[in-house]
Ligand binder design. Structure first.
Ligand SMILES: [Zn+2]
Length: 211
């Protein structure tokens, strides 16, 4: 059996991300960032295919590439120096079982390594958030899963990394959990964000200190 590699962006046989798709990623205009969220790419067209490729194929190469873009943006903005630890918002255990990995963790570990920071699992989903959301009311789903943070994070400045932010509810829930345990600042960085968010962005500001 021959395993043929195909590009995560355009499905052409060859590299895991072909040259054309690499350039498409680099050519993206910087995303303006809302409320301590650093987003590198717009989740449309080719970028959407590549980010989805992380979930379905070529995941290590794609994950490394997206992590590199996140790191570059953090360094460009001078934010990498304001961090102590990198973490991620764990996906449901059911999804993790289906995919065999957690894409947020994959990117977070690479980002941490490149920044020379520790990567720690600081967040757990609450027990009732293990998967099926079908029975929940829409408003509850939009509120995102509830996370609990490890108690040993007081005073730390944490970076939460994910592949794509959609409603933002999951990442805001992660931020609340970390703050509740005394994290000094929580920054969120994602590879991609939906285009529609560009309409309501506010200028990036540095992580706010907890009151
Ligand atoms: Zn391609």
């Amino acid at each position: 059996m021959i395993f043929e590699t195909r590009c995560a962006g355009c499905d052409r046989p060859g590299a895991a991300i072909c040259t054309t798709c690499r350039f498409a990623l680099l050519g993206q205009a910087p995303r303006a960032s809302a409320n301590d969220v650093v987003a590198v790419l717009a989740f449309t067209g080719r970028v959407r295919s590549i980010v989805l490729g992380l979930k379905y194929r070529n995941r290590r190469v794609v994950g490394r590439h997206l992590a590199g873009l996140v790191v570059n943006r953090l360094v460009e903005l001078g934010l990498h120096a304001d961090l102590d630890v990198v973490t991620w918002a764990p996906t449901s255990s059911r999804r993790r079982r289906e995919r065999g990995f957690d894409q947020g963790e994959l990117i977070a570990r690479t980002v941490a390594r490149q920044l020379g920071l520790p990567c720690r699992r600081l967040l757990e989903r609450r027990p009732d958030e293990t998967g099926a959301q079908t029975g929940k009311r829409r408003a509850e789903r939009l509120a995102g899963p509830d996370f609990v943070a490890r108690p040993s994070i007081g005073g730390l400045r944490a970076l939460v990394v994910d592949d794509v932010v959609t409603t933002g509810a999951t990442l805001e829930s992660a931020r609340r959990a970390l703050r509740a345990r005394g994290a000094d600042a929580v920054m969120i960085a994602v590879a991609a964000t939906p285009e529609r968010r560009s309409a309501d962005v506010v200028p990036f500001r540095r992580p706010m200190r907890a009151a």
